[in-house]
Ligand binder design. Structure first.
Ligand code: 4AD
Ligand code: MG
Length: 444
């Protein structure tokens, strides 16, 4: 990539190249724009390591080859100072990217103040307080590039299969996943609005118009849980399909995860290696995944000495036990209806269970996908809304979907940060999103 910047001193426009492409300019003079990550000197040679977002490169300053002005600037250059380096690209087997730059001149844009993040160990609290700067580290860049690949792969997966992207609103008049976890906000003084917990209900409307739709956007949960899996703001991709049942979306969820892992392995292997991820674990993510019922999951827990009365939902520790049991994702279907949201359809053959599914990632990661078949009978759905003590007037539009040509339909939601945390192999979801929002974190 080539672009131009205006030289702050002389005012003329310089052609520059990015670090990832210097190899194409071997032997030529180029200008690199970036930030100083470190510097060192050895005898009469000085080295600057520059970062520009596409990579890092070593620039060598040598008396006689490099301008006096650049050599004089060297002692003043601090970590994260912004500068441009002009010089000749030289192939060097020892250099990390295979090339270095023999600098002829330097232009400083700014000498940075003392940078708060040093190579020494910092606590996560400190790093999170400096998240806006922490993003410059190679590890954080690797994670967020993997996140980008995950999102791209998911969107491509749905686009290629004829789904229409339909953005769901963020301001909503009502809850979807449960009233206790709603963020409330004032809407022009006369009404309340709630931040969306899921685009699902709107995707159901979309599925009745387009057949197959998905949304990708931020969702909000006012969960007072301080676990390694919970963000108060997270991103979810949610497909919804008309004329579909639980089986359809279980297959779809499996294919989606296979496509995502494949894409990350193909395009972000370097980043996975930088994070120290055991790649063989990801290479195992091939169909078919394991499929078990809630009842079978309860039995696995029982065998592990963790008995759970039938009818109760799994907590984080139970999910960990079940997901540790498998080397690939496991789909758990037909949870007790009482543990699930009002919109779930009960199994006609066994009304005490819902036609729902959760996918748990392996290695103890737990739930990454939740979804199921929706209640399509207007009478039953109305009863469920009443039973859940939800405001009937907010759901009148939703009931319309069952009044005018109701059909079996199903969908699910994949939490992007949970998927990224699993793929990267982290304990906690907080580094899987650029600026995490947690129970105790709203800054920066
Ligand atoms: O299981 P959930 O609550 O399902 C729904 O919201 C459905 N309405 C989706 C649908 O059917 N269209 O959330 C789905 C996924 C979870 O499996 C998890 O990956 C993620 O969203 N998730 C969270 N991620 C981070 N922090 C939280 N607090 C999360 N809550 C859910
Ligand atoms: Mg769930």
């Amino acid at each position: 990539m080539r672009f131009a910047i205006r030289n702050p001193q002389s005012g003329y426009v310089m052609a520059t190249v990015t670090i990832d492409t210097v190899g194409k300019h071997d032997g030529q003079s180029v200008t690199i724009c970036g930030w100083l990550t470190h510097k060192r000197s050895s005898g009469r040679i000085r080295f600057l390591v520059l970062r520009d977002g596409t990579g890092t490169i070593q620039c060598t300053l040598i008396q006689g080859e490099t301008s006096e002005q650049a050599l004089d600037l060297y002692p003043e250059l601090t970590h994260e100072s912004s500068l441009t380096v002009t010089g000749t690209v030289r192939r060097d087997k020892r250099a990390p990217g295979g090339y270095e730059i023999l600098a002829s001149s330097i232009e400083v844009l700014q000498i940075a103040e003392t940078y708060p993040i040093s190579p020494k160990e910092h606590g996560v609290g400190f790093l999170m307080d400096h998240r806006h700067l922490w993003l410059r580290s190679s590890r954080q860049q690797a994670i967020l590039r993997i996140r980008h690949a995950v999102v791209n792969a998911a969107r491509k997966f749905f686009d290629d299969q004829g789904f229409t992207l339909l953005d769901a609103p963020i301001f909503t008049p009502s809850s979807c996943e449960g009233t206790t976890t709603l963020f409330e906000t004032d809407y022009f003084g006369d009404r309340k609005a709630f931040l969306s917990q899921s685009g699902q209900l709107y995707m159901e409307a979309g599925a009745m118009a387009f057949g197959k739709v998905y949304c990708y956007g931020p969702t909000f949960r006012a969960e007072k849980s301080k676990t390694r899996r919970h963000l108060t703001e997270f991103w979810m991709i949610e497909p919804e399909i008309a004329f579909a049942d639980l089986e359809t979306i279980m297959k779809l969820a499996e294919a989606l995860i296979v496509a995502i892992v494949e894409e990350v392995l193909e395009t972000r292997r370097q980043e996975l290696k930088l994070l120290g991820r055991d790649i063989t674990r990801l290479e195992k993510i091939q169909p078919p995944f394991y499929v078990i019922s809630y009842d079978e999951a309860v039995q696995i827990l029982k065998d592990a000495g963790e008995s759970l009365p039938w009818g109760e939902d799994f907590g984080a520790s139970q999910e960990t036990i079940v997901s540790n049991h498998f080397d690939k994702p496991v789909l758990i279907h037909r949870y007790p209806a009482q543990t699930k949201a009002f919109y779930m359809k009960n199994d006609p053959n066994r009304p005490e269970v819902a036609l729902c599914v959760d996918m748990l990632a392996p290695e103890g990661y737990g739930e990454i996908i939740g979804g199921g078949q929706r209640e399509d009978d207007p009478v039953i759905l109305k009863e469920k809304i009443e039973k859940a003590e939800l405001p009937a007037e907010s759901f009148d539009w939703y009931l319309d979907l069952r009044r005018y040509g109701s059909v079996p339909h199903a969908g699910f939601g994949l939490g992007i940060e949970r998927a990224v945390a699993w793929i990267c192999g982290f304990e906690h979801v907080r580094e899987s999103i650029p600026f995490p929002r947690l129970l105790d974190r709203l800054y920066p």
